[in-house]
Design a protein around this ligand. Sequence first.
Ligand SMILES: [Zn+2]
Length: 325
Amino acid sequence: MHSNLDSKFNEKKVSRRNLLKGTAAGAVALGSGLFLPEQLTQAKSDVEIINGTGFYRFAVGDFKVTSISDGMLTIPTNVFATNASQTSIDAVLETVGLTTEPAQAPMNVALLETSDSLILFDTGGKDLGPIGGQLTTALSQLGHAPEDITHVVFTHAHPDHVGGTIDADGNPIFSQAQHFMSETEWTHWLSQEGANAEFITSHILPLENQMTLFQGDEEILPGIYAISTPGHTPGHMAYSLSSNDEKLVLTGDVSNHYVLSLKKPDWHLAFDSNPEKAVETRIAFFNHLADAGTKVLGYHFPFPGVGYVVASRTFENQWSWLPSM
Ligand SMILES: [Zn+2]
């Protein structure tokens, strides 16, 4: 009995290794989820590890969407709940077996390929710290140079979303792209002071000549609808991508942690500029996504961040994350 079981596991291991060996997709599969880079290195020393990079492509009607990993932020869990105790935070995390500090927050940048456009949604956290900044490497693995990008669309202007906009000389990386940001967001950050605002303005002002500002709740490009979702920042936008009766919603930072944001939408994120408004937006947004059964791509959800928000049958305004791959 035991030997049968052993051989089954061995067979599984061998075929998986063969499947993964030498393929970009294999590296992606290994790089997904919540594994730490150290664990990856120990587990698969003979497989090329591309830490923090990866891509996962799928179709939305005629649209081709690729979730690209820009890397991973690590954030103390109390940042996700300034109005809850550490004990309460730990208790929620433990229900799904997450007990480690700090939390890991992937940065999943969406690339949308249409018949005539290459559209990026946010630019990752290149200038934010050591773990981000894999976007242009991953794009080149996909066969795209930065100047091939035709549009860059921002959910909001926090550093982990605009950190990859400029090169070391302060020039736009996506030099040929038309950039889009909500006018409220643009105006807000240009009126703020302090280190965070300085970082942000240094990354968005060089884009001024190629920036289109918009109001929200409108179609900004064919099949791309900006959904006004204020609270995390004043001009935050989620996006709905529609093609041939199929739809994908990019959540931006309406959702931040795939457990805490969904189980405790009333917990205040330290980065929410208007916490009460953010709670109101989150609850309405998740209820809508769960009721409609809409596929979503969560910017900070475990890579590739593609799946569904499923409502609790027992508790009002609580949801679970159901990855779709
Ligand atoms: Zn973010």
